[in-house]
Design a protein around this ligand. Structure first.
Ligand code: SAM
Ligand code: SF4
Length: 490
């Protein structure tokens, strides 16, 4: 999960800057016009996305729907007929950021009253028509399962009516919509494999904003991955709130069997050995040995698992309804490392959940120390209206205590990251080149299988982005490996 820079305490931001979490930099990203598209569109839309990778992936579906209606994309909202903002509700600060951003559209709307403003995603779903009352500027409110109705809603709004569709669906997966890859690096792409979540973690708003869990047709997923590979993409990230509970039943599809996540991984791995596969997010209760063995079997399935722990204390985990204990989590990590000794591991942690004591916080620190994660997304607890925690518990850990605990978590994680990255010095990894490094066009940057960013000089090799290279690591920071090419693979 990736929350906006603007809405986070500085301490959180610093930790993630240190770890060079590139997804953070996508927050509030506006898409560029369709690459290589010569059409001079008479209608243009501008879309900005906040929150998790799922939202960014959804924006590509929305772009595809609008493109089908004759809209072109623009990066300049001043020239747009339709401004869309794809929102996140995960924490209060995320919502405040969106509201502040809406204010900046006010001036342009005054100048151009025909321009429409639409709010998409989780905040739209949470606030529904109330959004229209609270933010007079907004014309259209669309929940995550209602994007197909966007063209109709726009037409309604063009007549001066405010329009809303926040119906959640039990079966919408947008399986038949080919997302438009706007502003992509042309190397890696997100592929949504399921929607919604049935888990009901007590702190989390997602089950309310994204509805029941449903899995997308496996054949359509594989076809999308094949198409991406044919168009030159070299890496896909399979997305879902809980990918390990992916389960597609073939009824009414061209498949003759059910497909679980391990099977889906294998189907995608077989698209091409040159196509890397990643996935996110795994719930510790659902990740199976079958998944781990399939990961170990196929070199093109990256050895990296994002396994959110949330807390290192069993009582707190129970209050969070995570349905595993500290010991269960530790045994999963042990199992992962037995089957894949080099597997990269990252996590999510929440500080100061309701009733968390100092001792329980220390359990989180000791678990983090034991696991030595490569990277972590660290949050202080933010009560969300309507969640089970908001209804059942008191948000009773004072803000200053939450922040201090978060600081301690971040400080520890920084040292774990440094340890993990420095442990790679002297090793040689296969790296998929994503493009020039930020510092210099003389250097490439790309990731190893473990999802660590590697920077290295281009040298005299004839490589390009999308190529693989074997890179020997000579140095490291807490978030980057620095190396040199020892073999160009191409
Ligand atoms: N589905 C994933 C899982 O099971 O862990 C995570 C998805 S959630 C949208 C992303 C992360 O946001 C969570 O893992 C949690 O750490 C954090 N988060 C969710 N609700 C939160 C809240 N109310 N306060 C603080 N952090 C929260
Ligand atoms: Fe939220 Fe839990 Fe579902 Fe993740 S698994 S989206 S934290 S309810």
């Amino acid at each position: 999960m990736h929350i906006c820079y603007l809405c986070r305490p500085e301490s959180e931001i610093m930790a993630e800057i240190l770890q060079k979490v590139i997804e953070e930099e996508r927050q509030g990203e506006a898409y560029a016009p369709f690459k290589g598209d010569p059409v001079d569109y008479s209608k243009k839309f501008y879309i900005e996305s906040y929150g998790c990778q799922m939202n960014f992936s959804d924006s590509e579906i929305v772009a595809s729907i609008l493109h089908g209606e004759g809209y072109g994309a623009t990066r300049n909202y001043e020239e747009a007929n339709l401004i869309l903002i794809n929102t996140c509700s995960i924490r209060e600060k995320a919502e405040q950021t969106v509201r502040a951003r809406l204010q900046s559209f006010r001036k342009i709307k005054k100048r151009n009253p025909g321009m429409l403003v639409g709010v998409l995603g989780c905040m739209a779903e949470r606030l529904k028509a109330k959004f229209l009352e609270e933010e007079k500027l907004v014309d259209i409110v669309v929940g995550p399962d209602a994007y197909r109705s966007l063209p109709t809603l726009v037409m309604e709004a063009e007549t001066g009516q405010k329009s809303v569709n926040v119906l959640l669906s039990r079966d919408e997966t947008y399986a038949d919509i080919a997302p438009v890859r706007l502003d992509s690096n042309g190397v890696s792409a997100f592929v949504s494999i399921m929607r919604g979540c049935n888990n009901m973690c007590t702190f989390c708003v997602v089950p309310f904003t994204r509805g029941r869990e449903r899995s997308r047709d496996a054949v359509s997923i594989v076809n999308e991955c094949k198409d991406l590979f044919d168009r030159g993409f070299k890496e896909v990230t399979l997305l879902g709130q809980n990918v390990d509970s992916y389960y597609y039943s073939a009824e009414g599809s061209s498949l003759e069997q059910t497909v679980n996540f391990a099977q889906l991984l294998e189907m995608v791995a077989l698209v091409s050995p040159k196509l890397r596969i990643r996935f996110s997010t795994s719930h510790p209760k659902d990740i199976t040995d079958d998944v781990l063995y399939i990961m170990a079997k196929y070199p093109n399935i990256c050895e990296y698992i994002h396994l959110p722990v949330q807390s290192g204390n069993t009582r707190v985990l129970q209050m969070m309804n995570r349905t595993y204990t500290r010991e269960w989590y530790l045994s999963k990590v042990k199992r992962i490392r037995e089957i894949m000794p080099d597997c990269g591991l990252s996590t999510d942690v929440i500080s100061g959940f309701c009733t968390e004591t100092e001792e329980e916080h220390k359990d989180t620190l000791s678990l983090m120390e034991q696991c030595c994660f490569d990277m972590a997304y660290m949050f202080s607890y933010s009560e969300r209206p309507g969640t089970l925690a908001a209804r059942r518990y008191t948000d009773d850990v004072p803000e200053d205590v939450k922040s201090r605990r978060l600081e301690e978590i971040i400080t520890l994680q920084k040292s774990c990251s440094r340890k993990s990255y420095s442990g790679d010095v002297g090793r040689t990894w296969e790296v998929l080149i994503e493009g020039d490094s930020k510092r210099s066009s003389e250097q490439w940057c790309g990731r190893n299988s473990q999802n660590k960013m590697v920077v290295f000089p281009k040298g005299n090799y004839q490589l390009d982005k999308g190529c693989y290279a074997m890179v020997k690591i000579n140095d490291s920071t807490g978030g980057t490996l620095i190396g040199e090419i020892v073999e160009a693979i191409g």
